[in-house]
Ligand binder design. Structure first.
Ligand SMILES: NC(=O)c1ccc[n+]([C@@H]2O[C@H](COP(=O)([O-])OP(=O)(O)OC[C@H]3O[C@@H](n4cnc5c(N)ncnc54)[C@H](O)[C@@H]3O)[C@@H](O)[C@H]2O)c1
Length: 270
């Protein structure tokens, strides 16, 4: 269902690790919709090599960048404009990682070095990316930046651990930078709050399978799949959503506004 929604647009897509990644689906859909873009990921993620297949399929070049390194981001932004032949129209920030989650640290016993890394990789990297783009005046007017988030920013989901704090910060940076970039260049910045999705990052969360089933039954439309999230990202990059900025947009089948469903309540009957 390609509609040329991104015809002539240039983008940077962070976070495609393998074909389960949400960013991978966004890249496939952006290609179908006529965009040209650069793919980027942490140098360590390149070792897996899977991103090469995506680059080939979408006619894209890859520029490795650790999103916590301003130097890497400077290189990414300047090289992307050279490769794509002009300023950028859209950016996807699809990055998350918590060493506390990976090492199984309980939230109440967080390792603070790990905690700082969680914030840097999963939230401050958005500030660094936006600041680099802003400094280089690298985004066209009405350009659109989308970062992916989760509802644990608003409500407690215990196993999400310090990623919840990172997502709160990510959403706050979205509002603050969205204000400044809107005033400066009419650039839009939003987060999309996605349903739990089976990906490498998602599966790192303890009890993820049970949780995904719970969420499915608590969402009137069911969990939103990764491809549908990609469609939503495409609509946010397109000119059809020009006046949407500084928002956290739920893409979750109705989960965020549901108190309980009949399916769940029946589990508590005698
Ligand atoms: N999977 C879910 O259930 C779910 C739900 C809501 C939101 N999200 C968010 O969606 C985004 C994408 O995650 P995903 O589920 O597609 O998993 P994923 O594991 O495929 O993607 C995470 C990406 O972050 C990259 N990354 C980690 N450290 C980095 C660094 N220092 N610099 C650059 N890149 C780095 C990884 O290489 C990987 O490509 C994340 O922000 C995640 O929190 C995921």
């Amino acid at each position: 269902m390609a509609n040329n929604l991104l015809n002539g647009k240039r983008g940077i897509i962070f976070g495609a690790l393998n074909d389960q990644s949400i960013a991978w689906k966004v890249a496939e859909r952006a290609h179908e919709e006529g965009a040209q873009f650069v793919l980027t990921n942490a140098p360590i993620a390149m070792r897996m090599g899977e991103i090469n297949g995506l680059a080939e399929k979408t006619g894209s070049q890859i520029i490795p960048a650790d999103a916590t390194s301003v130097e890497d981001l400077e290189n990414l932004v300047t090289k992307s404009m050279e490769i794509l032949g002009g300023k950028i129209d859209f950016v996807l920030h699809s990055i998350g990682m918590s060493p506390n989650v990976r090492k199984g640290k309980h939230y109440t016993e967080s390792n603070y070095q790990f905690y700082n890394q969680t914030m840097d990789v999963s939230a401050i990297s958005l500030h660094k990316t936006l600041a680099t783009l802003y400094k280089h005046d690298a985004i066209n007017e009405w350009g659109s930046v989308v970062a992916l988030t989760y509802i644990a920013a608003q409500r407690i989901f215990p196993d999400y651990n310090d990623m919840a704090d990172a997502k709160s910060l990510l959403e706050s940076i979205t509002r603050s930078f969205g204000y400044h970039y809107g005033i400066k260049n009419k650039v839009r910045v939003n987060t999309i709050s996605q349903s739990p999705t089976v990906t490498t990052a998602g599966q790192g969360i303890k009890g993820f399978t049970e949780f995904i089933n719970f969420s499915e039954q608590m969402s009137p439309l069911g969990n939103a799949p990764a491809v549908a999230c990609a469609d939503y990202c495409i609509s946010m990059f397109s000119d059809l959503t020009k006046y949407v900025t500084m928002q956290n947009l739920f893409h979750d089948g109705g989960f965020s506004n549901t108190g309980v469903t009949q399916q769940v309540i029946e589990k508590f009957g005698n």
